[in-house]
Design a protein around this ligand. Structure first.
Ligand code: IMP
Ligand code: MG
Length: 167
């Protein structure tokens, strides 16, 4: 497997993102909403670098199979917290097609947060039909399939401390 981003580079960048969020949200108690399972490594590392009082929730997005609504996203785990009038930061592992984040931002906006920003570890450099603006981006990467640091291939490799390109 080819290493794309080392453990040290991830650590440094996550710390920078935490500092940025700390400055931007100073004086507030933001709510972080993490998307399972890919955010498993990124979210806790990020939160440890945010020097604010924070709250946190997790969601789990799945996609319908079969005839009824194939490919349509749905929430396997709902947002349990009341986020009305709260400052929400949606955290995901990677922006690929933008499907997941579009679905989630629409869902979250219906709950009337004070504001919503998006924080992603990785953004694939590619043409996207769905335009998603991410406010915090760890790394822009080539349009390749990557694993490690929470990202999987068929549920494996999430535990790699670096990010690698699958061959
Ligand atoms: P979307 O295509 O932007 O909706 O991304 C959906 C999800 O697919 C992401 O949250 C990841 O969990 C997964 N995904 C997309 N690209 C990769 C990849 O290169 N490696 C591992 N998972 C990926
Ligand atoms: Mg994901």
């Amino acid at each position: 497997m080819e290493k794309l981003i080392t453990e040290e580079e991830i650590k440094k960048r996550v710390k920078e993102l935490g500092t940025e969020i700390t400055n931007d949200y100073s004086g507030t108690v933001p709510v972080f909403i993490g998307v399972l399972k890919g955010v498993l490594c990124f979210l806790p590392d990020l939160l440890r670098n945010v020097s604010l009082t924070v709250e946190m929730d997790l969601v789990n997005v799945s996609f319908y199979h079969g005839k009824k609504k194939p490919g349509m996203p749905f929430l396997e785990r709902e947002i349990a917290m009341d986020i009305k009038n709260r400052h929400v930061i949606l955290v995901d592992d990677i922006l690929d097609t933008g499907n997941t984040l579009r679905f989630l931002t629409q869902r979250i906006k219906k709950k009337k947060p004070a504001d919503l920003s998006i924080c992603i570890l990785l953004k694939k450099e590619k043409q996207r039909e769905i335009e998603i603006h991410a406010d915090y981006i760890g790394f822009s990467i080539p349009d390749k399939f990557v694993v490690g640091y929470g990202l999987d291939y068929q549920e494996r490799f999430r535990n790699l401390p670096f990010i690698g390109i699958m061959d």
